[in-house]
Write a protein that binds this ligand. Structure first.
Ligand SMILES: *[C@@H]1O[C@H](CO)[C@@H](O)[C@H](O)[C@H]1NC(C)=O
Ligand SMILES: *[C@@H]1O[C@H](CO)[C@@H](O)[C@H](O)[C@H]1NC(C)=O
Ligand SMILES: CC(=O)N[C@H]1CO[C@H](CO)[C@@H](O)[C@@H]1O
Length: 941
């Protein structure tokens, strides 16, 4: 009996203990749950819907432990992690004292605003506090100093003002401190020297000034130090490498003076060193050592003297060596080619002499070689033509002699070739015309080049800037230049050119007396030029009239001979074409109407007569064709270079058939394809209003495209791309989204055209060149990685959306908001992909502060201000567009997310529309234009 009673008593006791302990922790849960619910209620509506799991359940045992983002330990909340859930609201109603056990509080990448309340210091157990990438304003509360358990403090990418409080020095356990990209001012407090555990210090992109405190030297555990883009003066920290673990030190764009501290010479752990854009002095050959792990070094824009050390060639992992704009003398040591991974070399604007070492041509990953503005002499090594990835070659303003190497024509990825202001002679090699990817610039000006301009240069259809001025070029400007539709700036002045200037839209817009002046006799229908003589009277007469006063009869004779020869060549060509057309076999695919054949289209367009041409795009001219059936179609005639090869026909046919099956209300219908010896073309549905680009370019039409219609166009394009990326198997990447490829029907409904064309017309996609798309819409990573992904379309989409809202191409705006130069980023494509945000270096200071520009001011001024409800939607769409053009493709949304976001009807912004700035739209969430590496976790390495 007794033992039994005892047992009963015991179990009763146990039960009551259990119950009471339950009761206690239930109360604790309840308090925490209530505090979280109170905060939730203070947030904006759609944020509340993101937190739908945060609710009281019907039984009374509500605990927050299973709620989204909440983690408990022993019945009490220890972690709150609400990264990127679109929260909008403040922390004003967060009752911090209700969370005695909270150790990690992470709200990064939301749209929280207001100030950081001093009561946050009530979280006495807090060890990780991450509020980065929000819209917080106000000061850093000095009470943060009470959070003595903090090991990670991240407030980066907000709008925080004022100075860094002295009290920060009380955080003795701090390992990671990131305050970058705010508006902090004043000096770095001396108390920072107390943070002797600190490994990561990121302060870049503020307005900090003053010298670094002496106490900085006590920080000997530093691994990553980012001080760039402030106004810090004085000397660089003497001891920063003393701990032997410094990996990344960036102090660019400040006012540091003096020499590079001795400690840097033996800092063998360095992977990245940026001291560029300061006032540093010293002998560059003595100050730096051998760094076995170094990947990236930039010492540009200082006052270093001395010679380049051959030791740079012993840095086996080096990919970028940038020492431009200093006073460096001596020769380029051939030994630097020992760093076989070098990808980017910029030694421009120094006082280098001697030749360009041909050893540089052994650097198989070389992407950018910039040696301009030195005093280099000798020949351009023709071996440079063997570099498969060479995309930027700038040797301008040296004393180089010899010829332009023919081999350069083999650099199939060349984007920019600048050889101007040298002593080069001989002709322009026709091989230069093989640089089909050339886009940014071809500058051969200010040399002694002679002979005729090769007609092959007309193949450079992507080229935007062409400068051949100040040479001794003769003959005429080849008529093949009519195809060069991307040209924006052209200069032929100060040569000996003559004859008609080709007709070309680009020429018409850019050419003027300055760019054609000082030649022998150019003529044409351009201002400042004499009209060319009537064609019927023959070319010769016109040329003669201009030339007779200038030169003698022998020249006349040779010109006449030349013209006769030219005419004969022309005649031969025509007969060749005729023969081809007889033997050419027709190849056609039609989705529905077998009758629509080559002859019908040819007849409808009167043999592709210019009067039926309705537009000219990247891949060819587009004609309107009314067929014998009465149906109207759009016919896109491809450039001959884009005809499918015979052996590729099978794949091509399969692809075309797949594309003709696509049915979507926002995608232009592709009827089929026709290939013939003379012409190859794609046949599309015809849309009356033409392209979005054209409509935005004309005042009346742009006005007709009002805000509601524009929003609708944005949504339509988003839906089309979402369909192509997520509903087609295999997914279709458009690759060339631009305002010229988006057509509008009578109801202003958008239709995406040219989808898949880029892939079709370049069947050897292994050789896909990075910049096939339209300039200004191309995702930046394409210049460095050769991988075309859906995220490239997302980028182009973002640009188009901004264009729709601004009424003009946003290129200038985007440039002024991001880096000061278009200088490319920074790592070789071979080193880590773009998968981690850390593969981007920190950005340079924007030229224009996004916060200083109000959205209202950049919107299309031809339309009246939008109604409040519409304004709300515009804000949301522009914000989305900025997320789409994030430099880091990983941070861009998918088209699925874009499409969902576009169709949701949530409120977006509390601010009155007039006050919304671009900074607010760019700053939050993933919309970090520079793709920088803030707040991505306790330690991103
Ligand atoms: C720079 O240092 C190197 C190596 O000590 C020395 O040979 C050279 O003369 C120095 N140059 C100048 C300009 O002082
Ligand atoms: C340019 O190089 C030539 C040798 O190719 C040399 O004679 C001449 O002095 C150099 N000019 C200058 C300005 O250095
Ligand atoms: C309960 C508690 O500790 N409350 C404190 C919360 O933080 C504020 C500001 O630091 C203090 O004034 C309170 O005493």
């Amino acid at each position: 009996m007794l033992p039994k009673t005892l047992l009963l008593l015991q179990s009763l006791l146990l039960l009551s203990t259990l119950l009471s302990s339950f009761h206690v922790s239930y109360a604790a849960f309840n308090g925490e749950a209530q505090a979280l619910l109170n905060w939730k209620a203070s947030l904006q509506n759609q944020s509340q819907s993101m937190l739908s799991s945060w609710s009281l359940s019907s039984n009374k045992n509500t605990t927050p432990c299973s709620w989204h983002g909440v983690v408990c330990n022993q019945g009490s909340v220890t972690r709150i992690n609400l990264t990127s859930v679109n929260l909008e609201g403040t922390l004003d109603h967060f009752n911090f004292s209700s969370f005695p056990n909270l150790s990690s509080f992470d709200l990064q990448k939301n749209s929280l605003f207001g100030t950081i309340p001093p009561q946050i210091s009530n979280l006495s157990k807090l060890s990780i506090l991450i509020l980065g990438s929000n819209q917080f304003t106000g000061f850093i509360p000095k009470e943060l100093g009470n959070l003595t358990n903090l090991s990670v403090l991240i407030l980066s990418s907000n709008h925080i003002l004022g100075s860094i409080p002295e009290e920060i020095g009380k955080l003795g356990s701090l390992r990671e401190l990131r305050l970058n990209l705010n508006n902090l001012t004043g000096p770095i407090p001396a108390s920072i020297g107390n943070l002797n555990q600190l490994k990561v210090l990121s302060l870049y992109g503020n307005q900090l000034s003053g010298e670094l405190p002496q106490e900085f030297n006590r920080l000997t555990n530093l691994t990553l130090v980012f001080l760039s883009n402030n106004s810090i003066s004085g000397f660089l920290p003497e001891q920063v490498c003393q701990g032997g673990i410094l990996e990344d030190f960036c102090a660019s764009n400040n006012r540091f003076v003096g020499t590079v501290p001795k400690g840097f010479k033996n800092c063998t752990t360095l992977t990245r060193l940026r001291l560029d854009r300061n006032n540093l002095v010293g002998n560059i050959s003595e100050d730096f050592g051998v760094y076995p792990k170094l990947d990236y070094v930039d010492l540009s824009y200082n006052h270093f003297h001395g010679e380049l050390s051959p030791n740079w060639g012993k840095c086996q992992l080096l990919t970028s060596l940038k020492i431009s704009d200093n006073q460096v003398t001596g020769v380029i040591p051939p030994e630097i080619a020992g760093s076989t991974l070098l990808h980017f070399i910029d030694l421009s604007s120094n006082k280098l002499v001697g030749g360009i070492p041909k050893e540089l041509a052994t650097l198989k990953s070389l992407f950018n070689l910039t040696l301009s503005n030195n005093n280099l002499s000798g020949k351009i090594p023709e071996e440079l033509g063997n570099l498969p990835d060479l995309s930027y070659l700038d040797l301008a303003a040296n004393n180089l002699s010899g010829i332009v190497p023919l081999n350069l024509g083999q650099c199939s990825k060349m984007l920019c070739l600048n050889l101007s202001s040298n002593q080069l002679h001989g002709g322009i090699p026709e091989e230069i015309g093989e640089l089909e990817s050339l886009q940014v610039m071809l500058d051969l000006s200010r040399n002694s080049l002679s002979g005729e301009i090769p007609w092959q240069l007309g193949h450079l259809v992507k080229l935007e800037i062409l400068d051949l001025s100040r040479n001794q070029l003769t003959g005429s400007i080849p008529s093949s230049f009519e195809q060069m539709e991307s040209l924006r700036i052209v200069d032929f002045s100060h040569n000996e050119l003559e004859g008609p200037v080709p007709e070309n839209k680009a020429f018409r817009e850019t050419i003027n007396a300055d760019s054609l002046g000082h030649n022998r006799g150019l003529c044409g229908n351009y201002s400042g030029l004499l009209n060319c003589p009537d064609r019927n009277r023959g070319h010769g007469n016109g040329v003669l009239l201009i030339i007779i006063p200038l030169v003698g009869a022998s020249l006349i004779l040779s010109i006449l001979v030349g013209i006769l020869y030219g005419l004969q060549k022309e005649r031969r060509k025509t007969s060749d074409e005729l023969r081809d057309s007889h033997h050419g076999n027709l190849f056609a695919i039609w989705s529905y109407d077998g009758k629509m054949v080559y002859e019908d289209i040819k007849e409808a367009t009167e043999g592709f007569d210019a009067k039926h041409c309705i537009g000219v795009g990247g891949h060819g001219s587009v004609y309107r064709a009314e067929l014998s059936t009465g149906q109207v179609v759009a016919v896109k005639k491809l450039h001959p270079s884009q005809y499918p090869k015979l052996e590729d026909r099978k794949t091509f046919e399969t692809e075309i058939r797949a594309l003709t099956k696509i049915r979507h209300r926002n995608i232009v219908k592709l009827h089929g394809f026709c290939s013939h010896a003379q012409q190859s073309f794609l046949v599309y549905e015809y849309l009356e209003r033409g392209s979005l680009g054209k409509i935005l370019g004309e005042v009346e039409q742009a006005k007709e495209l009002d805000w509601i219609r524009r929003i609708n166009v944005a949504k339509g394009v988003g839906n089309a791309l979402c369909y192509m990326h997520h509903d087609c198997i295999p997914p279709i990447i458009h690759r060339d989204i631009s305002s010229n490829n988006i057509l509008l029907d009578t109801k202003f409904e958008a239709r995406v055209s040219d989808f898949g064309t880029a892939r079709l017309v370049k069947l050897d996609s292994s050789n896909w060149t990075a910049v096939a798309g339209t300039c200004g819409y191309i995702a930046p990573e394409l210049a460095y990685t050769m991988k075309v992904t859906e995220k490239c379309d997302v980028y182009s989409f973002g640009m188009v959306i901004l264009e729709i809202m601004m009424g003009r191409h946003p290129g200038d705006l985007i440039c002024s908001l991001s880096a000061p130069s278009l200088s490319p980023p920074l790592r070789s494509p071979s080193s880590s992909s773009l998968s981690s945000s850390s593969s981007f270096v920190e950005p340079s200071t924007p030229v224009v502060k996004p916060n200083a520009i109000s959205l209202k001011d950049v919107l299309d001024q031809r339309l009246a201000s939008p109604e409040p409800e519409v304004a709300e939607e515009i804000v949301r769409i522009v914000k989305l567009a900025f997320a789409c053009i994030n430099n880091n493709p990983q941070n861009r949304p998918t088209m699925q997310q874009v499409s969902q976001e576009l169709s949701s009807r949530k409120l977006s912004f509390s601010e009155s529309f007039d006050k919304v700035t671009l900074g607010q739209l760019m700053g939050s969430g993933s919309s970090d234009l520079n793709g920088s590496s803030h707040a991505s976790g306790p330690l991103y390495k």
